[in-house]
Design a protein around this ligand. Structure first.
Ligand SMILES: [Zn+2]
Length: 163
């Protein structure tokens, strides 16, 4: 049974949403600073990627750990109430993400997923810059897939100065 009032739901969604808009802007700015030009919200492609780089046949998604259900991530915490509602909702999002990914691969697009936790919290600036460096390296490679996640990354590694 869903006991969330539309008002409560709107509030929770707005709160999570506004938090999640920042990371994609940070990644876009960092890529732009490295000289990359891209399309945003590229509607032509499945999943409407946050960043599309047609020249590299590559797209980048910046995923909020909550909305996209980042498995095992310490930043993924369900709200205290109405957990069934949120679990069902996030499951649908994950399924949609998976479908988009399969679809993009079938169309020969390369896909990078940056999880919010990789560019979140302390040393944000450095983390964003390091993520952009990884994306840049990946764009120039032949690899079809790149995932940048914060939770399974050695913190010491993250704290190293960018060279
Ligand atoms: Zn995460």
């Amino acid at each position: 049974m869903d006991t969330v009032t539309p008002e409560q739901r709107k509030k929770t969604m707005a709160a999570v949403h506004s938090k999640n808009t920042m990371p994609e802007i940070l990644i876009r700015k960092a890529l732009f600073a490295r000289g990359y030009r891209y399309r945003i919200d590229y509607k032509k492609l499945p999943g409407r990627p946050d960043v599309a780089l047609p020249r590299y046949h590559a797209v980048v998604f910046v995923h909020g750990c909550f909305w996209h259900g980042h498995a095992g991530c310490p930043n993924f915490r369900l709200p205290q109430s109405n957990q069934e509602y949120w679990i069902a909702k996030i499951d649908r999002n994950r399924k949609r993400d998976g479908d988009a990914l399969n679809h993009l691969h079938a169309l020969n697009w390369r896909v990078c997923v940056v999880w919010e936790c990789a560019i979140h919290g302390k040393n944000k600036k450095m983390k964003v810059s390091q993520a952009a460096a990884k994306i840049s390296e990946w764009l120039k490679s032949d690899a079809v897939w790149l995932e940048i996640s914060g939770w399974n990354v050695d913190e010491k590694q993250l704290l190293q100065p960018v060279t």
